[in-house]
Ligand binder design. Structure first.
Ligand code: SF4
Ligand code: SF4
Length: 73
C-alpha cells in the first residue's frame, strides 16, 4: 500500500473511458485500472500525465499533477 510513500494516486472510475493509455505508458507495467496501488508503482506520474480525461489524480506531497485538460480552463 501507500503507507511509506508521500505520493498518492486515485482513479475516478466515472471519468475513465478505459482507453488504456495509462497502462501503456507505465514503465513498470502496472495495470492502473486493476491495481492503482500496486507495489511495483514507482509513483512517476506518467499515467496521470497521459490520461485524456483527468481520471487519475496524482499528488506528490502538496503538489498535484493534473492533466493538461484540467489545467487549461
Ligand atoms: S505512477 Fe508511474 S509507475 Fe505508477 S502506475 Fe502510474 S505510470 Fe505506472
Ligand atoms: S488513461 Fe485515463 S481514461 Fe484512459 S484508461 Fe487510464 S484512467 Fe481511464
Amino acid at each position: 500500500m501507500n503507507k511509506i510513500s508521500i505520493a498518492r494516486m486515485k482513479l475516478d472510475r466515472e471519468s475513465c473511458i478505459t482507453c488504456g493509455k495509462c497502462v501503456r505508458s507505465c514503465p513498470m507495467q502496472v495495470d492502473v485500472l486493476k491495481d492503482i496501488y500496486s507495489l511495483e508503482c514507482i509513483r512517476c506520474g506518467k499515467c496521470a500525465e497521459v490520461c485524456p480525461t483527468g481520471a487519475i489524480d496524482f499528488k506528490f506531497g502538496k503538489i498535484s499533477l493534473a492533466p493538461n485538460e484540467k489545467r487549461g480552463k
